[in-house]
Design a protein. Structure first.
Length: 96
């Protein structure tokens, strides 16, 4: 269940189902890679105060059901999730 967010001028209850796949649907999201991506998604959402309602990492795609505040655009949230996880996992950029 998505929590109701009460603000001074509005009430909101928003959740998005996001799915993205690997290039050419290659089966690379297995074992340590899948664990690392799961950790990164948790850290990104915690840092941005987004609530993960459900997360499923398959060998060739990721499903994420997440609650994001209305002030954040969906495109910005997805850009952060996909960009940071890809850079940190496959290009070895430090941090997180």
């Amino acid at each position: 269940m998505v929590n109701i967010d009460y603000k001074r001028n509005c009430v909101s209850q928003i959740a998005y189902h996001v799915a993205w796949c690997t290039k050419y649907r290659k089966y690379i999201l297995v074992d340590e890679v899948a664990k690392r991506i799961g950790q990164l998604i948790d850290m990104i959402c915690e840092e941005n105060k987004w609530v993960i309602l459900s997360r499923e990492i398959q060998p060739d795609h990721i499903h994420l059901f997440v609650s994001i505040k209305p002030a954040v655009s969906v495109a910005t949230a997805i850009k952060k999730l996909k960009g940071i996880t890809a850079k940190k996992t496959f290009y070895g950029i430090s941090g997180y």
